[in-house]
Design a protein around this ligand. Structure first.
Ligand code: AMP
Length: 545
């Protein structure tokens, strides 16, 4: 027997329809590439999203066609999120931090038809325009006054002006109704090895992710909040925040290209931001700025931090010195992205600050919709004892089943997705990533988790950033080598750092050596590129060798 409830497909357009009808006056504030602060509302965004959908039809975009963006977090990008997906086409958010060769490869692989871009990326557009195979129209996301000079524009065939394109439409458009399993958006993985691979989300997977990610133990967003996603809309849909805000009716603040400490701080304060989200490196920049200027946050109360391990020292500092509660979260492009978040359970409420910090420092427990397990080298599931580490596998309705165009074949193992992360899980269900499986240090057949070692180094007052990599050792195969970037003006020696590990970990985990670098290479999504460091220090002679 079937239930007798209405059949309403879970579609992305429903989010902006809801926001328009129930939170129409709520603000969306953007720092524009034109340099000013722009204010709009969900009502206006909804209308302009419909105009975008109409404009796409005039450009010959059909359902299922890929429409690409190269853009910062801003209201026009948001209009494309709803206009493109809502019309049945697929929004393909390209990462502008990639090399032009990679952008070209990805745009060709996705068979993008139209590309919308912020003017910041005009040089990148000029570099790729003559090379991509399928893009028919290039749309500058600006008004006529800010379009590229005519001589440059002439070299990019089919260049259009976003504001003219949108304003030419009347907005009288009904969002189409289609199967909720229809593809909605496409995002390519960072691809540290091999070519990037596409992850194709559906309307259903996106809506379910949005509902779960907004829950109190995850991002916990309400209509009384002001949310500023630092995490870019070009990286896994800004962790779903551009969908969560209209669903909940929260005010949304979009920082554009201003991701430095001062620009972010100014926006937090002037707009009364209560919740933010970003990778640890962003918070490092922000904290350096507020520390140096003796500032405090007057409204900020919570930030989701993830994308790479958030050092406990940062969690402690944000809470103790700034009253900002960190939700440490873990996920990946293949997971839309959120899998776990480190929120308390009732038994933690009255624990000591140290015990609570230990909970907050884990990568968290599974949000409803995601199941996880750890498996050993023989494929058997390992116990949740907080000690044994194994390969982390996940499954759920917003976790990828295969890559776009089946690149790389069937990735699943017994219907679970192997994440490539190595983790342990506590008896209470909190997961702790010890490493990326490619980054694990194998010393005498035993694994040493590099993230633990980095977290300890990051607690040293002179350390700005630390990466721990495997260095060759004649007896143990590999031993940990700590690569450190010091804070400006700070001093610390190799021996002091090695001594800093005493009593904090098993003695045999202590790094064999420390090297200092001016900068640790970061990838296009702000993660440390250990692969580059391993190349750089391939011939490093350990003093213990
Ligand atoms: P991406 O698909 O580019 O978002 O990268 C996903 C990968 O980032 C994961 O598989 C993890 O290796 C890493 N990652 C994400 N969040 C965390 C976290 N909180 N702690 C440690 N690693 C993380």
């Amino acid at each position: 027997m079937f239930g007798q409830m209405m059949q309403m497909p879970l579609l992305i357009s429903s989010l902006i329809v809801h926001a328009e009808r129930h939170h129409g006056d709520q603000e969306v504030v953007s720092r524009r590439v034109e340099g000013d602060i722009h204010r709009t509302t969900y009502r206006q965004i909804a209308r302009r999203s419909r105009q975008v959908a109409q404009a796409l039809a005039t450009l010959g975009v059909s359902p299922g066609d890929r429409v690409a963006t190269l853009a910062w977090n801003g209201y026009r990008h948001m209009e494309l999120y709803f206009g493109v997906s809502g019309s049945g086409a697929v929004l393909h958010t390209l990462n502008p931090r990639l090399h032009p060769d990679q952008v070209t490869y990805i745009a060709d692989h996705a068979e993008d038809q139209v590309l919308f871009f912020d003017m910041t990326f005009w040089p990148l557009i000029q570099a790729v325009a003559g090379r991509t195979k399928t893009i028919r129209h290039w749309v500058a996301m600006t008004d006529r006054a800010h379009m590229p000079p005519a001589d440059q524009a002439a070299k990019v065939g089919g260049l259009l002006c976003y504001e003219e394109l949108v304003e030419a439409q009347d907005g009288r458009y009904e969002w189409p109704r289609f199967d909720e399993n229809t593809a909605s958006s496409l995002c390519y993985t960072s691809g540290t090895t091999g070519n990037p691979k596409g992850v194709l989300y559906s309307h259903r997977s996106t809506l379910l992710h949005t509902l779960s990610a907004a829950l109190p133990d995850c991002l916990g967003v309400s209509a009384a909040d002001v949310v500023l996603p630092v995490v870019p809309m070009f990286h896994v849909n800004s962790w779903g925040i551009v969908y969560i805000a209209p669903m909940t009716g929260a005010k949304l603040v979009l920082p554009g290209a201003g991701l430095d400490g001062k620009s972010l701080y100014d926006l937090f304060e002037s707009e009364g931001v209560t919740i933010s989200a970003g990778v640890p490196t962003v918070w490092q920049g922000l904290l350096a700025y507020v520390d140096a200027n003796g500032l405090k946050f007057s409204t900020m109360r919570k930030s989701a931090i993830g994308g790479s391990a958030c050092p406990p020292a940062m969690i402690r500092k944000l809470l103790d010195e700034y009253g900002v509660y960190v939700i440490h979260a873990w996920g990946m492009t293949e997971m839309s992205p959120i899998g776990t978040a480190a929120a308390f359970k009732s038994q933690h409420v009255h624990q000591t600050p140290e015990q609570r910090l230990a909970v907050m420092s884990t990568q968290g427990r599974a949000v409803f919709g995601v199941d996880m397990k750890i498996v050993g080298t023989n494929g058997a599931e390992l116990p949740w004892d907080g000690k044994e580490a194994g390969d982390l596998h996940v499954r759920g309705p917003w976790i990828m089943a295969r890559y776009f165009k089946n690149e790389g074949g069937d990735p699943l193992q017994d219907d679970w997705f192997p994440t490539g992360d190595v983790a342990k899980i506590s008896p209470e269900g909190y997961m702790i990533i010890t490493d990326r499986s490619k980054d694990v240090i194998k010393s005498g057949g035993e694994w040493i988790g590099s993230i633990d070692l980095e977290n300890i180094a990051m607690a040293h007052p002179a350390v700005a950033m630390a990466a721990c990599i495997a260095a060759k050792h004649p007896k143990w195969d590999e031993r940990p080598l700590l690569v450190v970037m010091k804070k400006p003006g700070a001093e610390v020696t190799r021996d002091e750092l090695v001594a800093f590990y005493e009593g904090k970990i098993a003695k045999w985990w202590t790094p064999d050596d420390v090297v200092f670098v001016d900068a640790i290479p970061l990838g296009a999504t702000g993660k440390m590129q250990k692969i580059k460091l391993r190349e750089q220090f391939r011939d490093h002679k350990l003093p213990t060798a």
